[in-house]
Design a protein around this ligand. Structure first.
Ligand code: TYD
Length: 220
């Protein structure tokens, strides 16, 4: 079966990165080789694009320019890290992938769906994740968590948060949530919604139970 490609999606403060690290640890303990990566970023070129996208003025890029820049990064990430890892039987756990473009630029940013689909067709092609976990929670809860994290971070380092997207208004986050729910409905084999309002261990337990199904299939 080779390496498995698993992406994690969700709004701000949904706890994706914590869950990715816990899953990576569990997989490694079970003898699976894993690489943890993220978007935007994950390869040298894509990390440079990440810097362009996430720092500075919130209105620096129009949604359509963003869609192209995220796609450029994704293309490089796929070429340099994701596909070579999967070919070497290494599992790839990715913090955000194409569904983020559908949600942030497509639905919330109003970039036409056919444009997003056209980019997907040429950039992602048949490299869709085998599995996508959508960490779902009330945007108000998520934003409160994310803001608490930023406040803690700036208190300790006096640094300015790079994350300009987190300042956007509540309606935007509600749109994102609805988009993710629609994606999960339309692609119910690939996508699983996880209730992210529960505690870390419970969420991890649910994800691990699901991932074990993939492992069982691989053994069989
Ligand atoms: P990041 O700091 O990684 O935050 P998060 O914890 O929310 O993942 O910021 C990534 C931001 O980039 C996030 O606000 C979502 C946005 N994004 C897009 O708008 N489109 C995309 O295709 C991707 C991958 C991310």
């Amino acid at each position: 079966m080779g390496g498995q490609f698993i992406s994690f999606e969700g709004g701000e403060g949904s706890g994706k990165s914590t869950q990715i690290l816990l899953l990576a640890e569990k997989l490694r303990a079970n003898g699976v080789e894993v690489v943890v990566t993220r978007e935007p970023g994950g390869s040298e070129g894509a990390e440079q694009l990440r810097h362009l996208l996430l720092t500075g003025d919130i209105a620096a890029w129009s949604p359509i320019s963003e869609a192209l820049l995220f796609a450029a990064g994704r293309s490089d990430h796929l070429e340099k890290l994701i596909r070579p890892s999967l070919d070497n039987n290494i599992w790839v756990l990715c913090d955000r992938f194409l569904d983020s473009t559908r949600a942030y630029q497509g639905v919330a940013g109003k970039v036409p769906q056919e444009f997003i689909e056209m980019i997907e067709k040429h950039v992602v092609a048949d490299s869709l994740p085998n599995k996508t976990y959508i960490l779902d929670l009330d945007p108000q809860v998520g934003l409160a968590r994310a803001n608490a994290r930023i406040a803690e971070f700036s208190k300790n380092t006096a640094a300015i948060s790079e994350d300009r997207f987190e300042n956007m208004r509540l309606q935007f986050h509600k749109d994102l949530r609805n988009c993710y729910i629609d994606i999960a409905k339309n692609e119910s084999v690939r996508c699983t919604i996880i209730n992210a309002e529960r505690d870390i261990a419970t969420i991890h337990g649910e994800i691990w139970q699901d991932v074990q199904k993939i492992l069982t299939k691989m053994d069989g």
